[in-house]
Design a protein around this ligand. Structure first.
Ligand SMILES: Nc1ncnc2c1ncn2[C@@H]1O[C@H](COP(=O)(O)OP(=O)(O)OP(=O)(O)O)[C@@H](O)[C@H]1O
Length: 652
């Protein structure tokens, strides 16, 4: 598990994880065997764009067909040259015995006035020029069609990719916090990036690759048979052997490549973790141990890659050997047929060369299918994970018929609430309390006692297993999440700012707010001068995750953001980290203004906050063990007064 992931998942209450030797317990499978159900579901994503796919594939097939004509033109040129070399005075008047294209080219040349092809140099060259012009025309059309295919299929595929990404993003926003607690950040990111990316090749080129390559194999075989059936029959057994080899290899290779890829993922993850956690690495002087751990992973990765390469090292040469054998058979047998006079006079050489070229056309798709099969298995694994994520039901969801919560006064009541992140292990037990509108409730207790969990329940990030949480007398389960959240504000210990300017971050809470309204809010809160003192005032870039801002500045921005939203209920997890005295004073003053007139829950770390609270709830192991004002609790002489004594002694 990465350091970053650990921080994002929870705060300090979680057991520490060694950032260096983090072994991934459950690797994502890189390959998955073909699965008809998954393929059907993938196909449903393509369905809305079927017209585009059909058009792209049809145009692509015409392109392949035209491309496959090039051996015909080569044959025509050779036939014509052979006929010229073998011409006799008698034959020069006769139409030569050559292939179809050569014969037609000669006819065209003579029709437009260049005379018989074998009667003069002029006629012979004109025939050659006609062949080449025809070939050029076919090639130009073929190239145009190829470009069209790319444009059409890429357009359709990108729309599908867009839709998958949109669905995943929208779905992630709906999922409950429990999903984000349980799932590693890296894993979620990989759903949105590499898993969706692995579908791209299939979504864009899948249909075309299958149809075009199948067509190439079929047309190349037919053309080879038409060119010369004897040569075709001579190489046919080799073609069948090739299919068998290909299938056996692909099945075996999938497993080997899966292991190799997993090894690479571990290397990449380890490197990313170490870079992310560089401060921790340096602080604990773990450089040499990290390098050792990294090298061990690398060695494993290298071994896996060598194993996979060894396998490829058999397959690819074997494929080349088969290709070479096929050519050899065509040249040897074709040569024999020419020498033995089994071809019409001037036709032999052209036919053998055309057969040779068609054999090449037959071999290429076999290679292409190999690569495609590999991509398909990767895509299957990616698709399964993407669909699993899309099928995941949010645990906290608006009930059917949930009503919008009208503007509230801010009364909050916990009625016998029991809650556990894991239902079998409650972290809050039968919690009861009431906060009247405008009151400030301070939650105090040891680390891990359950303070933040109470805040999370009020925010409806989770739902309790037992009991009810009422806002203005209404069970929050029965109202829409949106209407509830609009009336709540939350500022956490580690405040999150999005990449962008200070203004954009403040406006995040209320997108419609004008610059003037934001400035006015900052003035009322007392944060205006501090923000204007930044490099570019409200236009200052906060950096990635607010990285350009100090802790105190981030807090002030977050307070302003919450103030602009004007929530009725406000929740604050006070930062424990020290800021300088001037900033601390500013933070205190702005906080006081922010809390005015709102029901507030504070996970309190500052004595000044606790002293101001209308009610202090002392939490211990998920239960409220004491409650009351500061004076009352001190007078009672219980746990709170002991905590307070410790605090005073510690601060003295
Ligand atoms: N997302 C989570 N998944 C599982 N357990 C959690 C999660 N968050 C907190 N816990 C557990 O619930 C218990 C209460 O945690 P909580 O964060 O509410 O305590 P806290 O009083 O706010 O602690 P702190 O003052 O350190 O923030 C702890 O035992 C903690 O380990």
């Amino acid at each position: 598990m990465s350091v970053l992931t650990a921080i994002f998942r929870r705060k300090s209450t979680k057991p520490a994880v060694d950032p260096v030797i983090a072994e991934d317990e459950e690797e994502d499978a890189r390959y998955k065997p073909l699965d008809a159900k998954l393929l059907r579901r993938m196909a449903t994503l393509l369905l809305p764009h079927r017209k585009q796919y059909i058009a792209g594939t049809a145009v692509g097939l015409v392109h392949v067909f035209l491309e496959l004509q090039s051996p015909r033109f080569t044959q025509a040129i050779i036939d014509h040259c052979s006929a010229w070399l073998m011409r006799t005075p008698a034959s020069s008047a006769e139409p030569p015995e050559v292939s179809f294209v050569a014969r037609w080219s000669a006819a065209i040349a003579s029709l437009i006035g260049f005379g018989q092809p074998l009667a003069s140099v002029r006629g012979a060259i004109a025939t050659l020029v006609v062949v080449i012009l025809l070939w050029a025309c076919v090639t130009v059309v073929s190239v145009i069609l190829q470009r069209l295919t790319i444009l059409i299929t890429t357009g359709a595929g990108e729309k599908v990719q867009f839709e998958i990404r949109r669905r995943i993003f929208a779905h992630l926003q709906m999922l409950s916090m429990s999903y984000f607690d349980k799932t590693k950040l890296g894993r979620i990111i990989s759903r949105c990036t590499s898993d969706i990316g692995s579908l791209r090749e299939i979504n864009v080129w899948g249909i075309y690759t299958i149809t075009a390559n199948s067509m190439m194999i079929v047309i190349a075989s037919i053309m080879l048979a038409i060119t010369d059936i004897r040569l075709f029959l001579a190489v046919a057994p080799l073609g069948i052997a090739l299919f068998v080899i290909n299938r056996l290899y692909l099945q075996k290779a999938a497993g080997v490549w899966q292991v190799a890829r997993e090894g690479y993922t571990k290397v990449a993850t380890n490197m990313a973790e170490n870079i992310t956690g560089m401060r921790v690495v340096t602080a604990f002087h773990r450089q040499s141990e990290n390098l050792e751990a990294f090298n061990a992973l690398q060695q494993n990765n290298t071994d896996n890659n060598v194993r996979a390469a060894r396998m490829n090292g058999i397959y690819l040469p074997l494929l080349d050997l088969c290709g070479f054998l096929g050519k050899l058979i065509i040249l040897l047998y074709g040569g024999y047929l020419i020498v033995a006079g089994r071809f019409p006079a001037s036709q032999g050489v052209g036919a053998v060369v055309a057969a040779y070229l068609y054999w090449d056309w037959f071999m290429n798709p076999i290679r292409n299918f190999g690569t495609f099969y590999n991509q398909l298995l990767v895509a299957m694994a990616g698709a399964e994970r993407v669909f699993n994520l899309l099928d995941m039901k949010p645990e906290v969801l608006d009930r059917p018929g949930a009503a919008a919560l009208p503007r509230i006064v801010g009364e909050v009541r916990f009625d016998n609430v029991t809650f556990g992140y894991n239902p079998d292990r409650p972290v809050l037990h039968e919690v009861n309390f009431e906060a009247r509108p405008g009151q400030m409730i301070a939650l105090v207790g040891a680390t891990g006692s359950g303070k933040s969990s109470i805040i999370s329940l009020i925010a409806r990030f989770y739902e309790p297993q037992k009991g009810r949480i009422l806002v203005d007398g209404r069970d929050i389960k029965e109202v829409t999440g949106e209407s509830l959240h609009r009336q709540m504000g939350l500022v956490l210990q580690v405040n999150y700012l999005f990449t962008g300017t200070v203004m954009e971050n403040i406006r995040y809470a209320k997108p419609g707010a004008t610059d003037e309204q934001v400035h006015e809010a900052a003035r009322q809160l007392g944060t205006y001068d501090a923000i204007m003192a930044l490099k570019d005032g409200f236009s200052t870039d906060v950096g990635e995750r607010g990285g350009n801002m100090s802790l105190g500045q981030r807090q002030l921005i977050c307070f302003t953001r919450a103030f602009v939203a004007d929530p009725r209920i406000f929740m604050l997890d006070e930062a424990t980290s020290a800021v300088d005295t001037a900033t601390e004073l500013l933070v205190q003053r702005s906080l006081e203004r922010l809390l005015e007139g709102r029901t507030t829950f504070v996970v309190a770390h500052r004595l000044s906050t606790i002293l101001r609270a209308d009610q202090i709830l002392v939490i211990d192991a998920g239960k409220i063990i004491e409650r009351g004002t500061h004076q009352a609790l001190i007078a009672a002489g219980g746990k709170y007064s002991r905590l307070y004594d410790q605090f005073v002694t510690h601060s003295a």
